[in-house]
Design a protein around this ligand. Structure first.
Ligand code: PRP
Ligand code: URA
Length: 210
């Protein structure tokens, strides 16, 4: 598993405002979108491309097009939905599939409550969006789900991760082509398995308490 933690002052600045408990939902949503676009730049470094030639008004120019099958972007509902626009802004031709997952706050096990994905992901590059990687249970369930359907590699964009969750995902995905791109790697989990210092409940901060 490859892990990349973004090291850029603009990302840290936006993340600092995101963490602040005084930040309102509209600002939180806007910042999440901006952060994802910045992280997606790194996350898509390995996107598969095909060489093409175009004709400019002056001459022929060699360039690249995204290869087929097109990459699949998978936001994990609910909080991952807040990251979707920022991702497709950078890669507008990607397809989008959905996985709805909620962490049971007692058992900490992820429960899949919705799914809308192609049955066959053979040869697909997949990009999973979930702002929080806490125990890693939700992200791991999503990664396994995609590999079970034939995905070739899975890149996950998370805004904040805890070391415990990152280690759990790494241990469980040995031998698989998995990339994790993070805005920050925080200190730890607390007794409720919330990321510390983190930003609280990402879904609630994006959309309110349900
Ligand atoms: C949050 C977050 C992740 C999960 C992380 O979702 O968006 O999916 O928790 O926790 P884990 O690493 O311990 O599994 P949540 O279950 O709160 O659902 P929501 O997005 O609907 O708020
Ligand atoms: N889910 C969240 O939204 N935040 C955390 O810190 C942990 C899980």
């Amino acid at each position: 598993m490859r892990v990349h933690v973004a090291d850029h002052p603009l990302i840290t600045h936006k993340l600092t405002v995101l963490r602040d408990q005084r930040t309102s939902s509209p600002v939180f949503r806007a910042l999440t979108e901006e952060l994802v676009t910045l992280l997606a730049y790194e996350a898509t470094r390995g996107v598969r491309t095909t060489k093409i030639t175009v004709t400019t008004p002056v001459a022929e120019a060699e360039g690249l097009a995204l290869s087929e099958p097109r990459p699949l972007v998978v936001p994990i509902l609910r909080a991952g939905l807040g990251m979707l626009e920022g991702m497709v802004k950078l890669m507008p031709t990607a397809e989008v599939g959905f996985l709805g997952m909620v962490r049971n706050e007692t058992t900490l096990q992820p429960d899949i409550y919705a799914e809308r994905l192609p049955d066959d992901l053979s040869d697909r590059q997949c990009f999973v969006l979930d702002p929080m990687l806490a125990t890693g249970g939700s992200l791991l369930a999503a990664i396994e789900y995609l590999f079970d359907r034939g995905a070739v590699d899975v890149t996950c964009i998370c805004i904040i991760a805890a070391p415990e969750g990152l280690a759990a995902v790494e241990a469980a995905t040995k031998g698989r082509d998995v990339n994790i791109v993070l805005g920050a790697l925080d200190a730890s989990l607390n007794e409720q398995s919330y990321i510390v210092p983190g930003l609280g409940d990402a879904g609630d901060r994006l959309y309110g308490t349900v």
